[in-house]
Design a protein around this ligand. Sequence first.
Ligand code: TRP
Length: 361
Amino acid sequence: MFIPAREVACSTSAPVRQSLAHAEACRADDVVLTGDRPTGALHLGHFAGSLATRLALQGRCMQTLLIADLQALTDASGRAAQVAAHVEEVALDYLAAGIDPALTTIAVQSRLPALAELTVLYLNLVTVARLERNPTVKAEIELRGFARDIPAGFLCYPVSQAADITGFRATLVPVGDDQLPMIEQTNEIVRHLNRLAGAPGDAPVLTECRALLSATPRLPGVDGRKASKSLGNAVPLGASADDLRRLVHAMYTDPGHARASDPGRVEGNVVFAYLDAFDADLAAVEELKARYRRGGLGDAPVKRRLVDVLEQLIAPMRARRAALANDRAYVRNVLREGIARADDVTRRVLRVVRRAFALGE
Ligand code: TRP
């Protein structure tokens, strides 16, 4: 069973359209790579943050999506079975969102041994002090309460991510701003390797990549906190119509806006953050904001509008996901083919990097 991506209504959704304008930044010879940790179902934050950009880039240049199960294990080794189970779920989410395997390669990190070997080699180009300075890793250590018990693999995951990026010779990486430190570390490794590998003036072994930042700022969870699977405050891409309604009704608005007649705050109001990200009618949203601020507009009609906007985006994904969920053999086949293609590409890169370390083939 295969439904061409064109038929997926969400490919013309507001964030995809914004990302399309934004994707002009890509050149036909760009190689795009991004990844997701398979720790749970993908949600609207993933969609606005980078999936929309990937849909916009699809067909314009070479693109690979990597399901980063090894990276997920760096802080979830006790939940290995869940990580393994989510690999196929993330692939399903990609396909349901409109990723077309004829145009985009979907691969699984742990099935690409060249990436693990690249990681081991790159670890020699990075100091522990540099790893400890990565601001995203620092924030995550804090958030997870690792204190002094940081898994070594976790501290080193930016190096594994550098292997992901360079293993595909990626030049463009669509990510949220929290991933910028990873891009910076990747490019440091690339420069270090190039210095190591040849005399000045030689063609570089690897080339640096650039980040393609999402057009939408990071989406909060329904409670206004950071969207997270463990808090259950994210809106999954596969949400049922009931769940969607429930999640939107639970959204944090303005506690000072008790009656419809009270003036309300739009800043920090989750409903408006989602309307900004997903409602294509920008003028209508501005008009609603003005009425809300003035007083005289309750939460209920704004939430109803958001439910409609999100239902339009999610309904085709939900239908497609349901159809694909009944055709697991198709999903497995997509992964099998993607992994074979990616294995080939990454082994070729490994060969030249091994040479830079004076290792034989
Ligand atoms: N670190 C990314 C995240 O947490 C996932 C990821 C793994 C990734 N490998 C990558 C992103 C390579 C971009 C490129 O979402």
